[in-house]
Design a protein around this ligand. Structure first.
Ligand code: SF4
Length: 80
């Protein structure tokens, strides 16, 4: 596979419908199409769900939220 087409295959991910400010933002609006690969029962699920819930309760728009992470399993939170 040519390098360009391989990159296109990797980055051809579904595009989420933008959240408009005309409806309430839900926690689900902050979820990506990538499912967490953490171990079953990992506490990172609770952190992720709480972060998404808090953002929705604060009526933040997904486009206005930036999550920065470090290393380790929890550092995948911005992708989920
Ligand atoms: S921190 Fe990583 S290794 Fe530990 S339970 Fe969560 S996903 Fe598994």
């Amino acid at each position: 596979m040519a390098e360009a087409s391989r990159a296109a295959a990797v980055f051809s991910l579904p595009v989420r419908t933008p959240v408009t400010e005309s409806r309430p933002v839900k926690a689900e609006d902050f979820k990506s199409h990538v499912h967490p690969d953490w171990c079953p029962g990992c506490g990172d699920f609770g952190v992720l769900n709480s972060l998404q819930k808090a953002c929705s309760e604060l009526s933040l728009q997904p486009k206005d939220v930036l999550v920065v992470s470090g290393i380790g399993c929890s550092s995948n939170i911005p992708g989920f």
